[in-house]
Design a protein around this ligand. Structure first.
Ligand SMILES: *Cc1c(COP(=O)(O)O)cnc(C)c1O
Length: 434
């Protein structure tokens, strides 16, 4: 499989080069030159296949021989070695729970696959690889956990002091080993600015081999197809219908992976792009015109993205054909008031506790199903509610119990290095520890 840059100035590359580089040298996102098709037999057998087998079948054409079969099978099995239950919430809505991985969010799937691929590709490197990543909460934890104990790789995560939830902070700071947390006295934009400056610093890069764990990396994007295959097949097996799938969306990597699986032949009736007040894509779907906007803060803060990177991949997947995209995809922008009210209402009626991102998707899906009463809905629950207590607990009027898997981590000491939001401070740290 070859990958070309959506900016079309750079050369095409294989999976290995696309994964190691992250972004093409012309600044574009990498995109597969041909979309593989699933065999009809694969789609029929899906409900009976184990997740590792599904992952291998879906991903092998994309990896295209850059990782030997046995190694890739092992990586796939490790990527999806936790459950993805489909849980009924109402008569017509099921939740595909993607939060049973080590950091309780769907980003574990992409981060685990990418970390193991990078570990394989850099196995003969003598210089350690430093993964430098800025996080507003979920990304850093998933990346840190994915790379924990991977030989030859060090992870340095920058996060904004006081702006991540207690669970998220433990997931960044309590792992130890090859993971270092830098607690920046500033906001997420400061963290991102420092990281970008480090990547531009040639003198620093000659001393430390830096790579990003950016969400646009193909090795984070592609494996997300796997749980769509699994979830859609489960709904079809129980109801006889392909589901309407609602995806809480921010940077649109997750939804774009679902669309990719659909183009490859996965039966899905319709997709819903469920957004908070950051509504660039819903506005495009309503009008055919796209305009980036400044990001605004919301309760579902992992989706506070004003100009989603993966939107370009969605356009490319459908050859910029707006009528085709509009036929398959409906956009919603859900307010914080509607999000809180949805968490409260669903909990009161069903006992199910949504996280704020899942609540955005529930609200959108519920509205869509009212107009399409024969359809079956599947919402992607992208994080465990315990990660967002400030949004969830006031709505349900009680604390969210900490899952047993997490209790041990919550007892570990927090270890972080405080950093002023100035580039010299980050640079000094990276040079001292090189
Ligand atoms: C990252 C994240 C999202 C948004 O996913 P995208 O692929 O960026 O659209 C949604 N929900 C949660 C909980 C997240 O962490």
């Amino acid at each position: 499989m070859r990958y070309y840059s959506l900016s079309r100035q750079a050369d095409t590359v294989d999976f290995r080069a696309a994964t190691v580089a992250g972004q093409a040298p012309d600044g574009g996102l990498y995109f597969p030159a041909a979309i593989p098709r699933f065999t009809p037999g694969f789609v029929e057998r899906l409900p009976h296949l184990d997740a590792g087998e599904v992952a291998y079948t879906v991903l092998a054409p994309y990896v295209g021989g850059t990782i030997p079969e046995l190694e890739l099978r092992r990586i796939c099995a490790e990527t999806v070695n936790f459950p993805f239950p489909v849980v009924p919430v109402t008569d017509h809505i099921r939740a595909l729970e993607l939060f049973h991985g080590p950091t309780l969010a769907f980003k574990d799937v992409g981060a685990r696959f990418m970390s193991r691929c990078l570990g394989y590709f850099s196995r003969h490197e003598t210089r350690p690889l430093t993964v430098l990543v800025a996080t507003s909460g979920d990304t850093g934890g998933a990346v840190a956990s994915g790379f924990l104990g991977v030989p030859g790789v060090e992870v340095v995560v920058l996060y904004p002091a006081g702006r991540v939830s207690p669970v998220q902070e433990q997931q960044l700071t309590a792992l130890g080993q090859n993971i270092t947390a830098l607690e920046v006295n500033g906001n997420f934009d400061d963290c991102q600015r420092l990281v970008k400056q480090a990547f531009r610093d040639e003198a620093l890069r000659s001393r430390r081999h830096l790579t990003s764990a950016n969400s646009i990396n193909v090795a984070r994007w592609l494996p997300q197809q796997v749980y769509y295959c699994y979830g859609a097949a489960q709904v079809r097996a129980t109801t006889g219908q392909p589901p309407v799938v609602a995806v809480p969306s921010g940077n649109f990597g997750n939804l774009c992976a679902g669309l990719l699986a659909y183009v490859s032949g996965l039966p899905v009736a319709h997709f819903i792009a469920a957004c908070n007040a950051n509504a660039a894509v819903p506005a495009y779907l309503a009008t055919g015109q796209y305009a980036a906007r400044p990001a605004v803060p919301t309760l579902s803060n992992a989706m506070d993205v004003g100009d989603p990177s993966n939107f370009g991949r969605i356009l490319e997947l459908f050859r910029h054909d707006y009528p085709v995209i509009r036929e398959l995809l409906t956009g919603y922008s859900v307010s914080d008031e509607e999000t809180s009210a949805t968490i409260r209402r669903v909990h009161a009626r069903t006992g199910y506790v949504l996280d704020p991102h899942g609540a955005v998707a529930f609200f959108a899906l519920d509205d869509y199903l009212r107009r399409h009463p024969q359809a079956q809905g599947l919402l992607l629950e992208t994080a465990h509610p315990v990660k967002f207590p400030a949004a969830v607990e006031p709505a349900i009027g009680e604390p969210v119990p900490v899952p047993t898997e997490l209790q041990e981590l919550m007892r570990q000491p927090k270890r972080s290095i405080l950093l002023e939001p100035e580039y010299e401070a980050l640079r000094a740290y990276l040079l001292e520890t090189a």
